[in-house]
Design a protein around this ligand. Structure first.
Ligand SMILES: [Cu+2]
Length: 233
């Protein structure tokens, strides 16, 4: 009798040991699986966004959105997946190649840093000019400025303090021209165009109301009338 009892005890112990081992193995497997799944979904816990190219044919609308939030399920084919600064989400451009405009109306760099006009034109925070584009690619809100030996057309325009200003400058004759502002607060707001081309740039208008004169900086051009002013109200 005691021998049978002893055997029964041994059997019970073996079953308990087997069950414990099975549970432990299951826990380890679940732990490893969860970890690798997390790694796949959220690398570094950063926001995943999809950056899509702006179509060149549709730029005349209300501004093409270049950065948008997107789940990994509905990515368009060929879309580039990048981790970007949350400040860039929803940002648009008013002209292809010019700086982005954030959802709160601030002209920003591709890194989400605010554009400044009181710096050197070569500064990384200075407004960025587009490459030569067509006028049709520029948003309707932009200021379309023509320049030729006759002068700027129009040569006066009005904007609100602090609002986004996109200037699309076109040389309408056979010469190169540019636009520069006299006030140092707008010294980085400039671009130059060669004969028959259009380039655009965006910046936030000064917060101080007043008149800001601009001119073509090519020798002799301002003297013959290539001048104008922007009224900030
Ligand atoms: Cu000129």
């Amino acid at each position: 009798m005691p021998k049978i009892k002893n055997n029964l005890y041994k059997k019970k112990l073996l079953i308990i040991l087997f069950i414990s081992l099975t549970i432990l193995t299951a826990i380890v497997i679940i732990f490893i699986a969860t970890r690798s799944e997390n790694k796949k979904i959220a690398p570094n816990n950063k926001i995943k966004t999809v950056i899509t190219e702006t179509g060149s044919g549709t730029g005349a609308g209300s501004g093409a959105e270049v950065v948008s939030e997107a789940g990994s399920e509905n990515m368009a084919e060929g879309a580039e997946v990048r981790e970007v600064n949350p400040a860039l989400i929803g940002a648009i451009t008013e002209a292809p190649g010019a700086n982005l405009i954030s959802t709160d109306g601030q002209v920003i760099t591709d890194e989400g840093v605010e554009i400044r006009t009181d710096v050197s034109p070569t500064d990384s925070q200075a407004p960025r000019s587009s490459l030569p584009i067509s006028k049709e690619e520029v948003d309707k809100k932009a200021i379309i400025l023509d320049v030729s030996a006759v002068g700027f057309l129009p040569n006066i325009f009005t904007v609100k303090a602090g609002e986004v200003v996109t200037i699309a400058l076109t040389s309408t004759d056979q010469w190169s021209h540019n636009i520069n502002f006299s006030d140092p607060i707008l010294q980085a707001a400039e671009t130059s165009v060669s004969a028959g081309t259009t380039r655009a740039f965006s910046f936030n208008a000064p917060s101080a109301k007043g008149e800001y004169n601009f001119f073509c900086g090519i020798p002799g051009h301002a003297a013959r009338g290539e001048v104008g002013k922007i009224i900030v109200e």
